[in-house]
Design a protein around this ligand. Structure first.
Ligand SMILES: NC(=O)c1ccc[n+]([C@@H]2O[C@H](COP(=O)([O-])OP(=O)(O)OC[C@H]3O[C@@H](n4cnc5c(N)ncnc54)[C@H](O)[C@@H]3O)[C@@H](O)[C@H]2O)c1
Length: 285
């Protein structure tokens, strides 16, 4: 990192669930925050949880390089959370993913290079390692095994983060996010949940840590049943305050319970959707 402290940050996807949580949380921590999104109304995920979005969001379509170049001018860091956040079962969203996630992420990193932005925090996903055997605990060195086209876009983003760190010295943290929710409500979330305040803390560390080069961390709270070892995050200073286990009584659904494929693999129902694979081969890899 340069000598100057990170002060002014841009959040892409600021009308979304994570974007709104981070906008609010980082403003409180004293950052100067700019938010942008393709739209000004709350995303479906934010809306479902009744989350209020910031009114000052600027409209920017990440697919347009000239717009991204303009909005990233003069900022110290970008939190890249904009894009399509899911794989929709039985729906061909691949071309949308290609546009919004792959092209959009390229435009973000390339604009940061052109505008000498020092850091990028990239919203990756645990689905990037979705096809691993659930019996195995994973860490930041585990190989990528995406479970959907959506997850491939996250692998692309992590690769781009690595390239731009090594070649252009743009520091980055790719967060393989589990499940961002006020509280865990499904059995799966006992392992994958991250609370709002832990997400804000992790991103704040990504913005402040002086030794950061290009880290991959897991976006989870300190869950007793976590499937991912988060040593790389702890090494940077992450001290999660929450543990999904404390919310055991509020677990009301078991969405994976009848899905024999989902239950064996890290990515859950993303792995079984449209599945024509061979479980034996997957598990022994
Ligand atoms: N919420 C989670 O549990 C979770 C888990 C893993 C990864 N993530 C990742 O975190 C990020 C944010 O997720 P979220 O849950 O807040 O989703 P969200 O849908 O609430 O927010 C995403 C935002 O991105 C915006 N967007 C989409 N395409 C865009 C474009 N071309 N230009 C500008 N904005 C665009 C949408 O309008 C939306 O407001 C996503 O990249 C997602 O893949 C989230």
């Amino acid at each position: 990192m340069g000598k100057k402290r990170i002060k002014k940050i841009l959040i892409t996807g600021a009308a979304g669930l994570c974007g709104s949580v981070l906008y609010d949380g980082l403003l409180r921590l004293g950052y100067k925050v700019i938010g942008c999104d393709i739209q000004k109304k709350a995303s479906r995920a934010a809306n479902n949880l009744g989350i209020k979005i910031n009114k000052n969001i600027k409209i920017v379509d990440l697919r347009k390089l000239n717009k991204v170049l303009k909005i990233t001018r003069g900022v110290d860091a970008v939190l890249h959370f904009g894009g399509i956040p899911r794989h929709k079962p039985n729906e061909d969203v691949y071309y949308k993913i290609l546009d919004h996630n792959i092209l959009g992420t390229y435009n973000v990193f390339e604009s940061c290079r052109a505008n000498k932005v020092k850091r990028v925090i990239f919203a990756s996903s645990a689905h990037a390692i979705g096809y691993h055997n659930r019996k195995k605990k994973l860490n930041d060195k585990s190989i990528l095994r995406p479970d959907s086209h959506y997850a491939v876009s996250k692998c692309f983003g992590e690769a781009l983060a690595s390239l731009y760190a090594d070649k252009y010295n743009i520091k980055s943290m790719s967060i393989r996010i589990g499940s961002v929710l006020p509280k865990p409500t499904d059995q799966r979330f006992l392992s994958t949940w991250i609370s709002f305040r832990d997400l804000v803390q992790l991103v704040d560390i990504g913005l402040k840590n002086k030794k950061l080069h290009c880290s991959v961390v897991y976006g989870i709270s300190k869950n007793k049943r976590a499937w991912w070892k988060n040593k790389s995050a702890y090494k940077l200073g992450y001290k999660p305050k929450d543990n999904a286990e404390k919310h055991l009584r509020q677990i009301i659904t078991k969405n994976e319970s009848k899905d024999k494929i989902a239950l064996r693999l890290h990515g859950g129902v993303f792995t079984s959707d449209g599945y024509k694979g061979n479980l034996k081969d997957i598990l022994k890899r």
